[in-house]
Ligand binder design. Structure first.
Ligand code: GLA
Length: 733
């Protein structure tokens, strides 16, 4: 070959590659990394930002090879309507001239230090309109979490309408991806649903208006290598942290990728932005683990304890909630007895549930009183202060129930302020619980002030209150606000939840130490949108221990044990009529924040002795359960008739193992149990706790056994009787 020909060939190669610069390099490769994961976005200034990778950690040096192999899927990093053609998009704005499209190009990238990592803000600008979109990615490095959110700025001198604004967009390479998400209903919440992602669009959404966790949940996992497994497989976890209606779309439009889009549901959340105004989305919280669903759960739990839930570093108290013990038949003497008995069992906190309030319209039934947070002196002649002094006398802390967003039409509040409730002109007022319950209009600042005042007045009048159960028992039924005016009715859902957020922020600024439970008519408020303000969730109104195993399993996919309120209730259970032994009930409740929900005087003496012993054991193992790493071992959903899980300290020196029998018949094969999370090279001393009165501990009690045997060879468990259960405490030698 002559040197001239060689030169010509080199020139052709050079010209060829310079026509396709994106294949071999971009102006910017934006690498956002945590301890074990990376997100890579790439782009040229003035052009569309591209998604390149999310998953296992990458180094800078590996980026070139990733692009070379077209592993980068060359997807738009945040598609806007009009920019993408045939695909679903994450953003739609209508400009003041009626143009319904956007065309976003990379403008600038900022990186700033953040509390547990780094914040990367990527500024995109519409090529032809003064519209800015900022994509934010904040890393929580040690927890392998990236929080994503988006800000839109209307830089024009006219109004724009935001019709859709997702918190995040994340393409996932197709393969054999399986979706696990939670679905349920009242008294049967958080049931995992597992399905293969196929072509078409899977939508998970909530339209309750007020609570968004009772049916579908705003959290899900994607197992990328086939059917979900607890301990292995590349797995992505996503949670949309928003208390209102949401829509999560998993769109598989072609053979290359599933597009994940999560954000506020556009229905009743259409927003107008005036000149200069900005709109910020809630956060989409994303994690990745190679260790299957268990790895993803532990990342969420760690992140939750580091700020995702309020008071994540604080040990939770053992409480008795009055609801199933007395319901609305509140009487001072009965409560005094309850407190006395609970204190004798070793309890720490008493919670006065529904039924303590209402003066002109006393809350004798569930059709009156909500809104009037003054004590009913016929039931409680010595007022709330009387209850507090009784709790003190018994050495208990005190907590109280409120449902501050709701009002009964039979209340003084409704008589005074009928305009404060959500309502639609020219329509009948739709009412829910008790035939009289409606929701206050939290978009109205006067209502926000009132709701803040419900907590503030209680705390000012009774500073000894240490715990509040904040309930929410009704969906939005009336889609209208007297406050928002005729042009903004379509923004109602967004405005309600911004109002709620504002109230909760004010409460937290003033009362950071107060423990607050998010209850939503059972598990209706299990969502990370509210958790920066709440310390825990009520998992379900169904306290049947057997069904709780299933629901707690589901909730644990995303929520840490310390934030899961789990109460021992009466047998037969009030919701299902099932009779179970006191040991089974305690063994099930002890995997989370332990409590009781019954009249202790109804327990027979042997049950009381057991309860006292179990409560004192819980106090000792509480740090392992509330702050340890969860390993789910045997799923109740596998149909093996047993279930098991354990908690291990990060140092792997202490652990607590739980196992349950779910079905019972002759000649039943009980599988071998394999522990997890221990140190294979260490020996563990085993102690059986919660041994039922008159029964012997199993053969494992008192033995010292290697981590290797416990995890890899497995152990046989004697679970002979119906509703048998075993709890072992492990201490490394
Ligand atoms: C809801 C809650 C219950 C209880 C009742 C009181 O249903 O989930 O725990 O507080 O309200 O009315």
């Amino acid at each position: 070959m002559t040197s001239g020909t060689r030169y010509l060939k080199l020139l052709i190669v050079f010209l060829f590659f310079s026509c396709f610069p994106q294949v071999y390099g971009w102006d910017e490769d934006i690498l956002i990394s945590t301890k074990n994961t990376s997100l890579l976005l790439s782009g040229n200034y003035g052009e569309t930002l591209r998604f390149s990778h999310y998953g296992n950690k990458l180094t800078d040096g590996e980026i070139g090879a990733l692009h070379d192999g077209w592993a980068g899927m060359n997807r738009n990093a945040y598609p806007a309507f009009g920019d993408e053609t045939t695909s679903l998009t994450s953003l739609q704005v209508v400009h003041s001239d009626g143009n319904p499209t956007a065309c976003l190009a990379l403008e600038k990238i900022e990186k700033t230090p953040a509390s547990q990592g780094e914040l990367t803000s990527i500024h995109l600008k519409d090529k032809y309109y003064p519209l800015s979109v900022v994509l934010n990615y904040e890393t929580k490095k040690d927890d392998d979490i990236i929080e994503m959110w988006v800000k839109v700025v209307n830089g024009s001198d006219g109004n724009i309408v935001v019709k859709r604004l997702d918190s995040g967009f994340l393409p996932v390479r197709t393969g054999d991806a399986w979706l696990t998400h939670l679905h349920g209903t009242w008294t049967a919440e958080t049931q995992p649903t597992v399905e293969k992602l196929t072509r078409g669009c899977k939508v998970i959404r909530n339209l309750d208006g007020a609570r968004n966790g009772q049916n579908d949940h705003a959290e899900f996992m994607l197992s990328l290598d086939g059917k979900p497994e607890e301990d292995r497989g590349q797995t992505i976890g996503v949670a949309l942290a928003w208390s209102g209606n949401y829509e999560i779309r998993l769109d598989t439009e072609n053979k290359y990728c599933h597009n994940i889009m999560a954000g506020i549901h556009p229905e009743m959340s259409e927003l107008k932005l005036s000149p200069g105004e900005t709109l910020t989305t809630p956060k989409m919280v994303v994690t990745f683990s190679k260790d299957g669903m268990g790895g993803v759960s532990r990342n969420f739990h760690n992140w939750a304890r580091h700020g995702g839930v309020h008071g994540g570093q604080k040990e939770r108290s053992i409480l008795l909630n009055s609801w199933e013990g007395v319901y609305l038949d509140v009487e001072e003497n009965k409560l005094d007895e309850m407190m006395r008995d609970f204190a004798q069992l070793g309890g720490e906190l008493f919670v006065m549930d529904d039924g303590w309030f209402g003066d002109k319209y006393p809350r004798k039934k569930d059709n009156a009183g909500l809104g009037d947070w003054t004590v009913d002196k016929t039931k409680l002649p010595h007022g709330v202060e009387g209850l507090i002094s009784k709790a003190k006398k018994h050495g208990l802390k005190f907590g109280i129930w409120i449902e501050p967003e709701s009002v009964n039409t039979q209340s003084e509040l409704y008589d005074e302020h009928p305009e404060w409730v959500l309502q639609v002109e020219n329509r009948d007022l739709k009412k829910t619980r008790g035939g009289t319950q409606v929701l206050l209009d939290l978009s109205n600042p006067d209502v926000q002030e009132f709701v803040f005042g419900v907590v503030d007045n209680l705390m000012q009048n009774y500073p000894e209150i240490e715990y509040i159960k904040w309930d929410a028992n009704t969906p939005v039924m009336n889609f209208g606000s007297t406050y928002l005016g005729k042009d903004n009715q379509l923004a109602l859902n967004h405005s309600y939840h911004k109002g709620l957020e504002n109230v909760l922020q004010r409460i937290r600024e003033k009362y950071p130490e107060l423990v607050i439970q998010a209850c939503g008519g059972g598990g209706g408020r299990v969502n990370y949108g509210t958790m920066p303000y709440f310390d825990e969730v009520w998992v379900s109104d169904n306290t049947d221990a057997l069904q709780r195993i299933y629901m707690q399993w589901g909730t644990s996919l995303f929520y840490p044990s310390m934030a899961m309120a789990q109460h021992v209730s009466a047998s037969p259970n009030h919701q299902t009529g099932r009779a179970t032994p006191i040991k089974f009930r305690f063994d099930v409740a002890m995997t989370g924040r332990l409590g009781m929900e019954m009249q202790p005087s109804a327990m027979i003496d042997s049950e009381k002795r057991f309860a006292k012993q179990a409560i004192s054991e819980y106090k000792r193992i509480r740090p392992v359960i509330q702050f340890g790493d969860l390993y789910r071992l045997l799923s109740p959903y596998e149909g093996k008739g047993v279930s098991s899980l354990m908690y291990v300290t990060p140092e792997k020196d202490k652990a607590v193992f739980f196992s349950y029998k779910l079905e019972h018949f002759r000649d039943q094969a009980i599988p071998r149990f394999y522990m997890n999370g221990l140190d294979e090279t260490r020996d563990y001393k085993i102690r059986e706790i919660n041994v039922a009165e008159g029964k012997n501990p199993s053969y494992l009690d008192g033995k010292t056994i290697s981590g290797n045997l416990l995890m890899n060879v497995g152990i046989e468990l004697p679970l002979e009787e119906e509703y048998a259960s075993r709890v072992y405490e492990l201490t490394a030698m």
